[in-house]
Structure formats: C-alpha cells, structure tokens
Design a protein around this ligand. Structure first.
Ligand SMILES: CCC[C@@H]1OC(=O)[C@@H](C)C[C@H](C)CCCCC(=O)CCC[C@@H](CC)/C=C/C=C(\COC)CC[C@@H](O)[C@@H](O)C[C@H](O)CNC1=O
Length: 156
C-alpha cells in the first residue's frame, strides 16, 4: 500500500508542476535557473524520449497500460518486504501514470526541465520522466543487490 502512496505523490507533483507551466509560461518561453546548466522551458512532446514516435498515441496508450499493469502485478507479488523494489516500482508507476494523464487529456506531454549536461542540450523532460528514470535506476540497484546476495549464498 505504501508504494502506491509514493506513486500518488509523484503524480500529484508531476501534474501540479505541469499545470503551473501551462498556466504561467508561453510555449517555448524559457527562464534561466542556473546559467548554462538548468532552465525552465515550456515544451510539448507528442512522442516518447527524444521525441521518437511523434503522434503514435495509441502505441503509447497500449505500452503504458502494459507497463502500469506489470508494475501493479509486481508490487502485489514481489514487493512484500522489499523496500527498495517497492519504492522503485512506486516511482515508475507514478511516472508512467503522470505522462499517461497528459497523453489522454492533452494529447501531448508537457515538459519543462531543460538541462545542458556537459554542454549537450539534453531533451526537455518533466517530473514523471525523472520518476521513471529514478525508478529504473533503483530497480537495477535492487537487481544487482539480489544477484550479489544469491552469489554469497552459493559460496556459503
Ligand atoms: C523517461 C522515459 C520517457 C517517458 O516514457 C514514458 O512515458 C513511458 C511510461 C511510456 C513510453 C511510451 C514507453 C517507454 C519508452 C522508452 C523510452 O522512451 C526510452 C527511455 C530511455 C530513458 C532511459 C531510462 C532516457 C531518458 C530520456 C528522457 C528523460 O530524461 C529524464 C528524455 C525525455 C524527453 O524526451 C521528454 O520529452 C519525454 C516526454 O516527457 C515523454 N516521456 C516518455 O515517453
């Protein structure tokens, strides 16, 4: 149950920040936060990461529903007592639903976090994307830890 609260928090923060951007920024308007590193730029994306598959909304609906069902199944079956796994799934669930809401109601995703990483203008993203990437990262750490545990057991 706790993991769904993480997802709800991610969704609330994601939708609130997107609402603020839509309300206060013209499309394309950019505000400097940290010179040459971080800007808030109002951006829309009809595709997925790096703008791939522009406009393929049905594909995104199908993929996202599969991702959401898979995560809920995993939370119910596997996350019992595994805090790191549950937290990673909660983040991913919140991120997937956050972008799904945009795709259903806006037919595009609102992005606003514009960073220049080592001078490379990284694609503008949002809280939902961040939650997804953090969730994927935590999941990988969880898998590595489990694998190491298994190896230790084999040795002992
Ligand atoms: C983060 C997944 C993207 C997110 O997937 C989702 O919604 C999921 C739930 C549904 C997708 C249809 C299915 C996954 C597609 C996989 C994918 O795309 C490869 C991902 C690689 C990833 C390594 C993990 C890099 C990261 C990139 C970015 C995020 O950096 C923080 C740049 C984001 C900007 O291009 C921004 O315009 C994107 C826009 O907000 C729409 N977002 C999505 O489609």
């Amino acid at each position: 149950m706790f993991y769904y609260i993480i997802a709800l928090f991610v969704i609330a923060l994601d939708q609130y920040t997107k609402w603020l951007i839509v309300k206060n920024f013209e499309l394309g308007e950019s505000v400097k936060v940290i010179e040459d590193f971080l800007y808030i730029t109002s951006h829309r994306n009809r595709g997925a990461a790096w703008g791939i598959l522009q406009g393929q909304m049905w594909f995104f609906y199908v993929i996202t529903v599969i991702v959401i069902i898979g995560i809920i199944y995993y939370i119910q079956k596997e996350a019992k007592g595994k805090l790191l796994l549950g937290v990673s799934l909660g983040f991913m669930l919140g991120g997937a639903i956050g972008n799904f809401i945009d795709r259903v109601f806006r037919k595009e995703v609102v992005d606003f976090i514009n960073t220049y990483i080592f001078g490379y203008d990284f694609p503008v993203f949002n809280i939902a994307d961040s939650a997804l990437v953090i969730g994927v990262g935590l999941l990988m750490i969880q898998m590595l830890l489990e694998e190491r545990e298994a190896k230790k057991k084999e040795k002992s």
